[in-house]
Design a protein around this ligand. Structure first.
Ligand code: TXA
Ligand code: MG
Length: 323
């Protein structure tokens, strides 16, 4: 999995304005040298994302925090110590090293140390920061395998590093520590319970923040098929009602579901951590079968279940026309 020649090639590309797909434990990232403005602009162009939406800068270790962020509160050090490398992003006041191209002109920067050996090897060898949004087209489901990236972005990227399936499966948890009390801007691969345990107090989710967070748009993470959400126990009735309307229905849910024999089921386990790991891959698989509607069973609203439910509610939201 860790091929030194490919890592070296990736670093060479990043040093010369290249854009590569980088595996992380959450989802695959579309990576550029964070200090190369042209390369960062290419990332926005490839994703089809508004240039004012800020990107996360990935670092090889917490020791680099102070070169990208200033006025770092003790809470940031404690969270970094506890969870980096891992699925946690910290928003902090920026230093000049974090340019407008990366921050969308905001006075803060989002920083994270990813918990994936390939990503860490690239970051260490580069010795700098890598700006990387998820490697999908704007508004679509994030990729958790190299195959997903190739299917989405194909020839638009200079190199796709294959690090195997992402083990966490949903994007990082974003914690804002830039002003006042800490707040979660995006639930993700690190549970709120874990964040609160280290900080020693409740941390609210700030649903609509003053900063721009594209993952917080109502319609996001969307497959092509319509998405209907079901609490456990409701799925069967939902499926029957949709089929009576003549729709081709697929189901994402656990093995224990009772479904008509000709309704395809794509396995999403009941436990929230397991659900997070496979959710995006199953949404893609199901979407490729040309269903009109996917009925998706919601995991329990605890641990990573909060992030899974958040992504699913956006996938099910009414959609703007895609660009
Ligand atoms: O797990 C992840 O976070 C993945 C992997 C590749 O690291 N990355 C990811 O990036 O999900 P992206 O660009 O799809 O989402 C980054 C989120 C966006 O919603 C963005 O608006 C927010 O981070 N963000 C970036 N900088 C910010 C800032 N200064 N203040 C608030 N939010 C920020
Ligand atoms: Mg994304």
């Amino acid at each position: 999995m860790l091929n030194p020649e490919l890592v070296e090639r990736a670093v060479e590309l990043l040093r010369h304005g290249g854009v590569i797909a980088l595996p992380t434990e959450t989802v695959y990232g579309l990576a550029a040298n964070a200090e190369d403005e042209l390369a960062v602009r290419r990332v926005f162009a490839i994703k089809g994302r508004p240039a004012t939406h800020p990107l996360i800068v990935h670092l090889s270790g917490a020791e680099h925090l102070s070169s990208w962020a200033r006025d770092i509160p003790d809470a940031a050090h404690r969270l970094a110590e506890a969870f980096w490398p891992g699925p946690l992003t910290l928003v902090l006041p920026r230093t000049p090293r974090a340019t407008d191209a990366v921050t969308g002109g905001q006075d803060t920067v989002a920083l994270r140390v990813p918990g994936h050996p390939v990503a860490l090897a690239v970051l260490k060898a580069l010795g700098g920061g890598v700006a990387a949004p998820s490697a999908n087209r704007f508004g679509r489901v994030s990729p958790t395998t190299a195959e997903h990236v190739r299917a989405d972005l194909g020839a638009d990227v200079d190199l796709v590093l294959d690090g195997g399936p992402s083990t966490v499966g949903v994007e990082s948890t974003i914690v804002d520590l830039s002003s006042g009390a800490p707040a979660i801007l995006r639930p993700g691969g690190l549970s709120a319970e874990d964040v609160e345990r280290v900080l020693g107090h409740p941390v609210p989710v700030r649903a609509v923040s003053k900063v721009r967070v594209s993952g917080s748009l109502a319609s996001h993470y969307a497959p092509r098929a319509g998405v209907v959400l079901a609490e456990p126990g409701e799925a069967g009735a939902r499926v029957r009602a949709l089929r009576e309307q003549g729709l081709r229905v697929g189901v994402l849910g656990p093995e224990s579901l009772e479904l008509p024999p000709d309704v395809p089921r794509f396995d999403v386990p009941e436990d929230p951590t397991g659900a997070a790991r496979v959710l995006y891959a199953r949404l893609r698989e199901a979407d490729e079968r040309g269903h009109d509607v996917l009925v998706v069973c919601l995991p329990a609203a605890s641990g990573l279940g909060i992030a899974v439910r958040d992504r699913l509610s956006r996938a099910a939201a009414p959609r703007d026309p895609q660009p």
